[in-house]
Write a protein that binds this ligand. Structure first.
Ligand code: ATP
Length: 320
């Protein structure tokens, strides 16, 4: 199957050992490898697809640990660079009472922000059938230039561009800056996945409906997806739009559900770009992606919760 190259950050989340406490009250933390683009790359290989991760890690114990995890899951690692000076990024994560996650980042700067355009493995990027990325790599130079160059190289080589902005407001100088920069690469993407929260943020309206989603449409876009947690997802194409219900599961931790959803969908699309134009086949692919996201919420952490294709198919069968 075709190669999915995922570009961006990989880091370690430190998650309190007990839930529902503030960072100050937490008695201890456990390491949880993450970073949305890395999660997507692993989601793909778990499902039996082929992926590579492109990004920079610190030349430290954490950086090598993360590279080891990618390799352990079969993600191609030729696109990983190690920075001699800066540390691997860390984030401390708390779950607020309303269930939303709150992040405190240690990036001053971290290695991922220091990837330079000339460090990109262009041969690897040119071999991508799908090139996937977020927006965190747009926040500062030189990583921003590396991101823009990698996108261009992938596009010129014929890859489908897949964008999940993954808004992390605390990392941006201001909300206006976040919106402006996230939108600055909007029209380059073939496929965009946002969450309901991101839809509100990007449109500046508190309405989550078709009109507000369609206000984000651009002429070159092939597929826009809005994920709605336990309500499933909505899809928009040039010719049709609709809703695919979520699967009922006992959710314990939603971390990584969106990345799992994206990884699953990209696995379906990578060898069959035309699936996007056929509503019934697209709906099947989105059911698969919803099931994949649902399973990811049933276990703690992102990466350990990513399912295999068999697990996804068995949830889909059981729910019919
Ligand atoms: P993330 O938490 O990774 O940032 P996200 O906000 O991008 O996630 P979600 O909408 O939470 O994405 O989840 C993606 C998909 O996973 C949903 O469209 C849905 O199919 C599935 N999913 C998420 N949460 C649940 C849930 N509680 N029950 C069932 N399915 C879920």
């Amino acid at each position: 199957s075709g190669l999915i190259v995922s570009f961006g950050e990989m880091l370690i989340d430190f998650v309190p050992t007990v839930s529902g406490v503030s960072l100050a009250e937490a008695p201890g933390f456990v390491k949880a490898p993450g970073g949305a683009p890395a999660n997507v790359a692993i989601a793909v290989t778990r499902l039996g697809g082929k992926s590579a991760f492109v990004g920079k890690l610190g030349d430290d114990e954490f950086g090598h640990m993360l590279a080891g995890i990618l390799k352990q899951y079969g993600v191609k690692a030729e696109g990983i660079n190690f920075d001699q000076g800066a540390r691997t990024a860390l984030a401390f994560v708390t779950l607020r009472a309303d269930g939303e996650r709150e992040f405190m980042f240690y990036r001053n700067p971290s290695a991922d922000m220091l990837l330079k355009p000339e460090e990109l493995n262009l041969e690897l990027i040119r071999s991508a059938k799908v090139f996937h990325y977020g927006s965190i790599s747009l926040i500062v130079e030189p990583c921003r230039s590396a991101h823009l160059k990698a996108m261009q190289v992938a596009r010129d080589a014929g890859a489908l561009l897949s964008y999940d902005p993954n808004l992390r407001l605390p990392l941006w100088p201001s909300a206006e800056d976040a919106r402006e920069q996230i939108m600055s690469i909007w029209e380059k993407a073939d496929l965009i996945k946002i969450s309901d929260v991101e839809l509100e943020f990007l449109t500046g309206s508190d309405k989550i409906d078709d009109a507000s989603a369609m206000s984000l449409w651009h002429p070159n876009l092939k597929l826009l997806l809005v994920t709605l947690g336990e309500k499933g997802c909505r899809y928009y194409t040039k010719n049709f739009c609709g809703h695919v219900e979520a699967y009922h599961v006992n959710a314990v931790d939603t971390t990584g559900a969106g990345d799992s959803f994206v990884g699953a969908l990209l696995c379906k699309i990578v060898d069959d770009h035309s699936l996007i134009e056929d509503e019934s086949r697209l709906r099947e692919a989105l059911k698969f992606a919803n099931a994949c996201g649902a399973i990811t919420t049933t276990k703690k952490g992102a990466i350990p919760a990513l399912p295999t294709a068999d697990e996804v198919l068995s949830l889909m069968k059981g729910s019919k």
